[in-house]
Design a binder for this molecule. Structure first.
Ligand code: CU
Length: 243
């Protein structure tokens, strides 16, 4: 598991994973870039030293010099190894986080579609409805809000859909992004790690109000979130009782 030492954000588990993978891809790209640019300089120098006349070079015939052929073969192998390492590292990192979540919450993050809104082993499932132009967040206790309140250090699962056209739900700081499609429910998740206020924005051009389709995610310490959640739920019950 590669850890990116310059990670500017430990705001959520998904953000941490994102930065670690970004760091790994960057390292691979830098190494590969260095080898390729060095080759651009080295190969003409190596070949020019052989001072072969144009008549000696025959199309389709590899020069007899094994050293240069070996050098080229190693570059090709390195490029293949670099791509393989990206696949392997991504697979290992994603699976490691998934198994941690499975241990803690009993939830398989590859299989969230089956879960129904409601609380599952301490995880919070929130329904996200996008519309032209805004957001509604519906909690398991029936509370609806246009600001997304989240508990710190708890698995939060988003069930995302749209009332009208294609939108995309995103909390960039927490590295959450998923399409909101009418007639379809897409699932995403995160574990917020730091209380604070983060921007929520639509990432799919959805009409003239697209740029203003902004709200905020407020991550609260668990006790504060529980207080908000309970008191809003009781208020809702009170209103329903009167009606
Ligand atoms: Cu939109």
């Amino acid at each position: 598991m590669f850890h990116y030492p310059f990670n500017p954000s430990e705001l959520s588990e998904t953000a941490k994973l994102w930065w670690d993978l970004f760091g790994f891809y960057l390292a691979v790209a830098l190494i590969l870039g260095a080898v390729i640019y060095a080759s651009l300089v080295l190969i003409p120098v190596l070949y020019s030293r052989s001072r072969k006349s144009v008549d000696e070079i025959k199309p389709g015939v590899v020069p007899g010099d094994r050293g240069k052929t070996l050098y080229l073969a190693m570059i090709v192998l390195l490029i293949i190894a670099a791509f393989m390492s990206i696949f392997v590292e991504s697979y290992i990192s994603v699976n490691k986080l998934a198994s941690l979540i499975e241990d803690e919450y009993g939830v398989n993050v590859d299989n969230l579609e089956q879960l129904q809104p409601g609380e599952v082993d301490g995880a919070l499932i929130i329904e996200v409805r996008a519309f032209q132009w805004g957001w509604t967040f519906i909690y398991p206790n029936g509370v609806e809000s246009d600001v997304l309140y989240l508990p710190e250090d708890r698995l939060v699962i988003f069930k995302v859909t749209s009332d009208d056209v294609f939108h995309a739900f995103a909390i960039p700081d927490l590295r959450v992004k998923i399409d909101a499609i009418p007639g379809q429910v897409n699932t995403s998740w995160t574990i917020p790690e730091k209380p604070g206020t983060y921007r929520i924005q639509c990432y799919e051009l959805c009409g003239v109000g697209h740029a203003e389709m902004i709200t905020k995610a407020v991550v609260l310490p668990q006790d504060l979130f529980d207080f908000w959640y309970k008191s809003m739920g009781e208020e809702l019950k009170g209103l329903e009782g009167k009606g």
